[in-house]
Structure formats: structure tokens, C-alpha cells
Design a protein around this ligand. Structure first.
Ligand SMILES: *Cc1c(COP(=O)(O)O)cnc(C)c1O
Length: 495
């Protein structure tokens, strides 16, 4: 292929279009997005994309010629903005999804403007990330020598931690020559553990079946007796237990495993203790709620999200790892093009690209740093306490409503319940509640999600929303009852 040389007189192009037009568009976008956020309560909690919008978004013809920022932003306002997930709405409590904040949007903008690749050069954002991780080490009571990394998600945080756990068990032989150099590695968690850990088990070549799902007790906490038994069985069969994954906030019910007992069992057998604390770990921010997560400071690794209960913009999560050298060893294969020099840009103490799968990385730390300084840890703790109080409040309302059944006691911020109707068997009741949750979402009054608890289809709230107020929950319960009473039994197929 021969590339023609640029001759003088040719206009060269870049992407910095007219600064003044860009500024005008930018100011309009900023004002309108703030307006969009400040009026969010006036709109439905969810509005699905209509057919014509989906058709337009499925058009594969390539935009060969640019239409400019203003027109593209208008397309965004027409096709995208009205039909997004709804998690910025005060009545969004589905799955576990944060709402962010106006300051979060601005932090995203500032980080976007810097567009720094935080792979570990001698530059300020590398130090900012270290400071943010240092703050979290303090908050969780970890040693200052511990390592950490900001990552895209709780799933990635679990993957990074479990990689280090696996490599620490198998050592250099495993890292250099692969899994066949060690006997069959086995990890343990409860049946309530999040499926990102199953993904990690398969990505890491362990096999999902070698992540043993230990049954839970009546409170949805891992049954430590059964865990002990499973470990002993694997040992006597010649397999190699290496890790326990503890739940700190199960995704279904917000339960917390007995972290102290799990630490003792891990110590007895020489196992790594990883804590999946995606949202629940943040309970540690509140002096009042911290006893719920007692023992979290003794984990070998801890995964938690900043985009869930800290309501920071997506994607933002963190993993902390007690053994910093084990962390480095897992992710630092040699590379001539990344050679560190004694000075210049390729120097400095923080090698972020050597602590996880990503080399090029955005300034996640900068967003977190701006927001933690803006609000302070105490504000985040207040919101967490507020959400837990809201969960207990709505739990009590459900218990008082004869037509509603609370399916498990509220421990932290998750509420699972269903609508009851006399004369329906288990299957019909499940079908009715399945239709009910869809109806609630489609009515736009709120967004709960669903799960299944011991065979019962449950409507589930996971409250991590900084915008929710107590009255939202009062009205939610009224809305649920109103919509449920209008549903027939489904026998005639007439919803
Ligand atoms: C949400 C969640 C995850 C996964 O985190 P993402 O940020 O969604 O990838 C893992 N574990 C638990 C308990 C969760 O709630």
C-alpha cells in the first residue's frame, strides 16, 4: 500500500472544531443536562424506547459525513435521553444501581477533559488514584502497605482478587506453566454469591464446579458447618482448597456472612479470604452500621463498587489486596516498551497498568477524588444510613399490609416481598407476582426488580439511591397494592 504524501496547500484536519461554537454547544449541554437532572422526579421512573426509536438505532448505514455537535446532541435528546434505564430517578430500586449526582456528572466532565491515561507515568492522576485507594484502606482498616486498584466494576474487582488468590496458591509454577502444575484448586462461597465470581472461576480456568456453592442457613448466610465439611472432603480427596469468598451484602437479601468465622476457617486451612462487598462493604463508612461488617479488615482481598452505594458515575469500582507483592506478581509480565526509566515521563512509583488486566485506563481516581472531597465520607455514610432506614421502613409497611408478605427480614438495604392472594397455589402466586413487577415497571411508578427465594418469586428492592425519600416508599406501597388489586389471577390469560 502506498500512502500519498501530504503536499503543502492541503488542509490538515483534527477534531478540535471551532472553539467558540463548541463552547456554545457545551454551555447549552451543561445547562440542559442539569435541568434534566433537577426535574427527574417529574418524569416516569422508566420509559421504554418506542419502536420507531429502536428502528432508527438499528439502522446500519454509517454516518460518513459529520453533522456537528449540536445536531448530534439533538439526536441524543430525541433518541436516547428519554428512554434510558431510569436509575437517576428517585424511585429506582432495581438490581443494585447507583443514581450518581450533578457533581458526579461534572466530575466525569473534568476527568474527560483531562483524558489522562492512568497507566502509571509520572503525572498527577497516578498519585490521585493512590490517594483515593489510601483513603479506602483507612476506612476499611487495611494495612497502609496493602495494594489496590480502581477498576471498571465489582465483577472486575472480583476477577482481579481471585486471580491473585489463585496465583498465590499456585506460585510461579502456575503463573509460568499453567494450572496443570498444581492439584485441582477449589474455592468456596455460598449459594447466594454473585455470579461474577462464577465468571471469574471460568475465566481463571478453575472451572465453575470448583467454586463450591455451600448452602445458606435460615438467614441466607453461609452455613459454616457445611463449609468446613466441604473443605475437609476436598482435602481428603486430594484436591487443593485455596480460597473462600465471603459475601458482604448478598445481592438477593443484603445479608452478610460471618466474616470472623470465615477468617478462622481460612486460617485453619491456609486459604485466601476474599470479601465480595460490592455494595455491603460500604456499610463500614457508618460508625452505627459498621458492626454488621465486623471482620472485613482481616480479608486478604476486598472488592467494592463506587458506582453503587457511593452513587458515583459509572464505571467505578475498587479492589484492595493485602499482599502487595502477590498483587504485582500476577499482573507484571515483562514488556520492553514499558521499561521504567530513572527520570522523565516513564518514572514514578505507581505502575497501575501492572496491577490488573487493563493497561490504558481512564482517570477513575480523579472522579472519585473530586467527589470524595466534595461531599466527604460522612455524607456518603449518612446516605447509606438513610437507605438502610428506608429499607426497614418499607419492610414495616409491607408487614402491616395484609395483602403483602415480606419474604425475608430486612437486614440492610434489600427488601424482598410478594403480593398474596387467597386460593392461589405456589405456581399461580409466582405468575401473579411476575406480572405484577412488570406492571409496576411499565406504569412508570417505580422500578423494583425481582428474584427467586426458596422457590418464591419475589419483588425486590435494593436501595442505594441518594435521591429516594421516605415518602417515595409510602407511595410505592400504595401503588403496588393498587396495581395488584387490578390484576386478575391470570387463569384466563387476560393480564
Ligand atoms: C453488583 C454486584 C457485583 C458485580 O458488580 P458490578 O459492578 O455490577 O460488576 C458483585 N457482587 C455483588 C454482591 C453485587 O451486588
Amino acid at each position: 500500500v502506498k500512502v500519498t504524501a501530504i503536499t503543502s496547500g492541503t488542509t490538515e484536519v483534527g477534531l478540535d472544531d471551532d472553539w467558540s461554537a463548541t463552547a456554545d454547544a457545551g454551555h447549552r449541554m451543561l445547562d440542559e443536562m442539569l435541568e434534566h437532572l433537577s426535574t427527574v422526579r417529574e418524569r416516569p421512573a422508566w420509559t421504554p424506547p418506542p419502536a420507531e426509536v429502536k428502528r432508527e438505532l438499528a439502522d446500519p448505514s454509517v454516518p460518513e459525513r459529520g453533522q456537528g455537535l449540536e445536531a448530534s446532541y439533538d439526536d441524543f435528546k430525541r433518541l436516547v435521553r428519554p428512554y434510558t434505564l431510569g436509575n437517576i430517578h428517585p424511585r429506582f430500586w432495581g438490581w443494585v444501581i447507583g443514581a450518581s449526582s450533578p457533581a458526579g456528572m461534572l466530575a466525569d466532565m473534568v476527568a474527560g477533559g483531562m483524558n489522562v491515561n492512568v497507566w502509571g507515568a509520572e503525572e498527577s492522576a497516578a498519585y490521585v488514584e493512590a490517594q483515593v485507594i489510601g483513603w479506602f484502606k483507612t476506612v476499611f482498616g487495611c494495612s497502609p502497605d496493602a495494594s489496590g486498584l480502581l477498576v471498571s466494576s465489582g465483577s472486575m474487582a472480583n476477577l482481579v482478587a481471585l486471580t491473585v488468590a489463585r496465583d498465590a496458591a499456585g506460585g510461579d509454577a502456575l503463573i509460568e506453566d499453567g494450572l496443570h502444575t498444581t492439584s485441582q484448586l477449589v474455592a468456596y462461597c455460598s449459594s447466594e454469591t454473585h455470579n461474577s465470581n462464577d465468571k471469574a472461576a471460568s475465566i481463571l480456568g478453575l472451572g465453575r464446579r470448583n467454586l463450591r456453592k455451600i448452602p445458606v442457613d435460615g438467614d441466607y448466610r453461609i452455613d459454616v458447618g457445611k463449609l468446613r465439611h466441604a473443605i475437609e472432603q476436598d482435602v481428603s480427596a486430594g484436591r487443593r482448597p485455596f480460597c473462600i469468598i465471603a459475601n458482604c451484602g448478598t445481592v438477593n437479601t443484603g445479608q452478610i456472612d460471618d466474616l470472623k468465622s470465615l477468617r478462622s476457617i481460612a486460617d485453619e486451612h491456609g486459604l485466601w479470604l476474599h470479601v465480595d462487598g460490592a455494595f455491603g462493604a460500604l456499610l463500614a463508612l457508618s460508625p452505627r452500621l459498621r458492626p454488621l461488617v465486623a471482620g472485613i479488615e482481616h480479608a486478604d482481598s476486598l472488592a467494592f463498587d463506587l458506582h453503587k452505594w457511593l452513587n458515583m458515575p459509572y464505571d467505578l469500582a475498587c479492589v484492595l489486596i493485602r499482599d502487595a507483592s502477590a498483587h504485582r506478581r500476577s499482573f507484571s509480565p515483562p514488556a520492553s516498551y514499558l521499561t521504567r526509566l530513572d527520570g522523565g515521563v516513564a518514572s514514578g512509583p505507581h505502575h497501575w497498568g501492572h496491577l490488573g488486566p487493563d493497561l490504558s485506563r481512564g482517570a477513575r481516581g480523579l472522579k472519585a477524588w473530586l467527589l470524595l472531597k466534595t461531599f466527604g465520607f460522612q455524607r456518603f455514610a449518612q446516605i447509606i444510613e438513610q437507605n438502610v432506614a428506608q429499607a426497614h421502613h418499607v419492610g414495616a409497611l409491607i408487614e402491616r399490609a395484609p395483602e403483602l408478605e415480606l419474604l425475608t427480614p430486612v437486614v440492610t438495604n434489600c427488601v424482598c416481598f410478594r403480593y398474596q392472594r387467597a386460593g392461589l397455589d405456589a405456581d399461580a402466586l409466582n405468575a401473579l407476582n411476575r406480572r405484577l413487577v412488570i406492571r409496576i415497571q411499565e406504569a412508570g411508578v417505580a422500578v423494583p426488580s425481582s428474584t427467586v427465594l426458596r422457590g418464591a418469586f419475589a419483588i425486590r428492592l435494593a436501595i442505594v439511591n441518594q435521591r429516594s425519600r421516605l415518602q417515595d416508599f409510602d407511595e410505592f406501597v400504595q401503588d403496588v397494592l393498587r396495581i395488584a388489586r387490578d390484576l386478575d389471577d391470570g387463569a384466563g390469560g387476560q393480564p
